[in-house]
Structure formats: C-alpha cells, structure tokens
Design a protein around this ligand. Structure first.
Ligand code: FE
Ligand code: FE
Ligand code: ZN
Length: 277
C-alpha cells in the first residue's frame, strides 16, 4: 500500500494529528516539533502520546516525521543562532523518543558566507553533539534547492556531512522533489539518472523519506517555491513515475504543497489512484 500523507498542524497534539490523518486517508504524516519560526515546544502529554500510539497501530499509521524549525541553522556564523540549533535539536531528539523509531528531518543550514566546507564541518559538529548511541530516531538531512548559501543542494555535500558523523547508521536523507528539481537534478527528464547519482554519492539505503511537492519555478531555478501536485513545472506524470518507481515505491511520501486539509485529501486520493498495487 502507498504510504502517503502530508504536513499536519501539531497544535492539537498527537492524537488530533492521528485522527486528522485518518480523516484524509493518510497513513504517514509530518509535523513541526514546535513553531516553525522557533520558540519553546509544548510539554509532552504522555496520555496523549499513549492514545496516539494505540490509534496509529489500529489505523496503520507509521513513519511519523518531525520537521525541525526553519530558523534552525546548525552552520550559522553567529554563536547565538548556532546555540539555538544545538539546544533545539537536542531537545527535539530527546522528545522524539516518546514515539520511538520515528524520523527527524532538518534543513542542513546556510553557511552565510563561511563557505560550503566550513558549513559541512559545523553541521557535523552539531549532529555529533546532539545524537547519542541509544537513540531510536533516524535523523534526516533534507535535500535543498540551493537558494542563498544553503548547504545540501548537492548530493556530495550530504555525503560529506554523513562521512563526518559519529553515528552514521542513524542518519538518512529526505529527498524533496521540488528542491532537487530546483537544485538542478532533472527528475522529470531523467529520474533513473538522478537516482543512480544519488546511489553513487550517498547510497540509496540512506534514502528514507520523500517530500512530494511540485515546483512553481522552472528546472534549476534555485528558488524553493512549492506548488500543488500536477500544477507546477514537474507535472502529474512525474509524480506517477516517482511513487511507482521500484526503488522509491516503498518509501513514505509527505506532501508539503500549498493546501488546506481538503486539498491534501484530494491529492492523497489522486496519488492513491495512480499507485500500481
Ligand atoms: Fe523542509
Ligand atoms: Fe521539504
Ligand atoms: Zn521547500
């Protein structure tokens, strides 16, 4: 069965997200660990988590994916910005253990003029500090569009971060279809070629999640503006190919398209219709 869902608001807690997922026929979902612009996270409500885990089991919901705040920049130059990344990731990862075996995705960061190599070094340093041997969460580096000084728009950069990691077995990659296309990987014209480049640099075994987004902008525009599925420069046939591709079809897919819940429900239904069981 296709594992598909979307980004959901976490403001009502885990059980509310589980019920929302069920209502739109999603069997995976993504949520922010806290306000996407930063700030404190709400206390974990253990009874809510317990009720959610029951519901998830019953409804066949898996692959919960937490997304770190956008403002988190592990390779910032300013010490206070980098300190926020340390503290937020450490706190998020501790809290993730309430839903064991989940995924935690973050944007590797922007090196803000320090250079890609320095950025990679700083990102690995943060990871090595906030991860620990017994953790059950898999930390995902998201493939980026390459706007500004973003690190992670080339597969080689992701590989270099993983190469410096103390716990590489707990690190994976989340491939965002809008971002990679914006970054210059032609998943519309040559998906097989892009996947074999990914395999050669990072390794397909590290690919753990897909962000499914169309792009408002043309190929290689380095912009990062998501579009509804089928309404952007990628187009519906690309998504049909992506979700059915032999090396991708078992992965969890998360929509981050500009939609309200009803729009997400329609996209999920459409993609389920295109999936070849
Ligand atoms: Fe993201
Ligand atoms: Fe994304
Ligand atoms: Zn994006």
């Amino acid at each position: 069965m296709l594992k598909i869902g979307c980004h959901l608001s976490s403001s009502g807690g885990f059980t509310a997200m589980g019920k929302t997922a069920v209502s739109i026929d999603a069997n995976v979902f993504q949520f922010f660990t806290r306000n996407p612009r930063g700030g404190a996270a709400k206390d974990i409500d253990e009874s809510d988590v317990a009720a959610f885990l029951d519901l998830a089991k019953e409804a066949g919901i898996s692959n919960m994916l937490a997304h770190a705040p956008y403002t988190l920049n592990p390779c910032a130059e300013k010490p206070n910005v980098r300190q926020f990344a340390f503290e937020t990731m450490a706190d998020d990862l501790r809290r993730m253990e309430y839903i064991p075996g989940s995924l935690y995705n973050f944007h590797p960061g922007s090196h803000v003029g320090q250079g890609i190599e320095k950025g990679i070094e700083l990102i690995a340093e943060v990871l090595n500090e906030v991860m620990w041997p017994e953790m059950t969460t898999t930390v995902l580096l998201e493939t980026m569009a390459g706007k500004g000084s973003e690190v992670g728009s080339r597969f080689e950069e992701l590989r270099e971060i993983i190469d410096r990691a103390k716990y590489p077995e707990k690190i994976g990659v989340c491939l965002d279809t809008c971002h990679v296309y914006d970054a210059g990987y032609d998943i519309a014209g040559d998906l097989d070629g892009v996947l074999s480049r990914f395999d050669e640099t990072v390794g397909l075994s590290r690919l753990r999640a897909i962000h499914l987004n169309d792009s408002k902008n043309p190929f290689s525009s380095h912009k990062d503006r998501h579009e509804k599925i089928g309404e952007g420069s990628l187009g519906i046939s690309v998504f049909e190919t992506v979700i059915n591709h032999p090396v991708l079809r078992e992965l969890p897919f998360y929509l981050e398209t500009p939609n309200e819940l009803d729009g997400y429900a329609r996209e999920i239904a459409m993609l389920r219709g295109l999936y070849r069981e």
